[in-house]
Design a protein around this ligand. Structure first.
Ligand code: MN
Length: 260
């Protein structure tokens, strides 16, 4: 009999039992910002029906906050679930959760400096994960945080060539976090990309400008050889542009709320 992975309701989400451990409630403003981040990322074309954004828990640094399994644009404060770094939920209450929560879990575990993570399949970035010998790198000051060569995670290196390419367990998440290293962006071959930030707004900003940089780099390559940002330019622009993150957030938030 011929079966499709899509026939299996557990294939793209799963229902898990909550742990019994106590968990202090997260700051309501943080929950609201995560819901806003989901809508911004949808409006900016980074996520569609898929992709997700998380933030480290403000009261439990060894936990993180991520929506239940659903389309990002529909996320509200009450859809956000608390997880530990083993992917266990505290308050899913029977609601389905994202299979790929291990992306977030293992990056938070590996990188204490990371406070927010965006995972997406944003379309312009994917080609740079599948073409050999063509580094994805900063072409414009707004993408300086990408640096001079974003790492590419090759799932075959750790799990063979018959996976569904999803980061569906701790082992795969840890391997992805290792590929990310101390970078801000990691491409995932044949899948998408993951972007980190030292705060939620920064991760959202970087996810938007990762997609933007990919479009610009591809356009540039069609015209001729590119003069890329140097390592020093990437570092300097990243530092300066980072001071403008709130300006973008304020605009995108207003748009996401339909106020402008
Ligand atoms: Mn994915």
């Amino acid at each position: 009999m011929c079966t499709s992975i899509l026939d299996d309701p557990a294939a793209l989400a799963e229902v898990i039992s909550d742990t019994n451990a106590a968990s202090a409630p997260a700051d309501p403003t943080l929950l609201s910002d995560i819901a806003t981040a989901n809508r911004i990322l949808f409006r900016e074309g980074v996520v569609d029906a898929f992709g997700h954004v998380s933030a480290r828990h403000d009261k439990h640094p060894d936990r993180f906050l991520l929506a239940r399994n659903m389309a990002p644009a529909l996320v509200t404060d009450s859809d956000i679930v608390t997880f530990d770094f083993d992917g266990r939920a505290f308050d899913a209450q029977g609601r389905g959760v994202y299979l790929e929560r291990f992306i977030h879990a293992e990056i938070y575990r590996a990188r204490p400096d990371v406070m927010a993570v965006v995972h997406s399949h944003s379309a312009a970035v994917v080609p740079f994960g599948i073409v050999k010998n063509l580094p994805f790198r900063a072409v414009c000051h707004m993408g300086g945080f990408i640096g001079i060569c974003a790492p590419i995670f090759e799932i075959r290196d750790v799990a063979g060539d018959e996976t569904d390419l999803l980061i569906r367990n701790s082992m795969l998440g840890a391997a992805l976090a290792k590929s990310l290293g101390d970078s801000n962006v990691v491409l995932m071959r044949g899948h998408g990309s993951t972007v980190i930030g030292n705060r939620l707004r920064q991760a959202v900003f970087r996810a938007v400008y990762t997609e933007n940089n990919a479009r610009l780099q591809a356009e540039g390559l069609r015209l001729g050889p590119i003069t890329y940002l140097s390592e020093g330019e990437a570092r300097t622009t990243a530092r300066v542009i980072d001071m403008q993150v709130d300006r973008a957030w304020d605009l995108w938030k207003m748009q996401a709320e339909g106020k402008i």
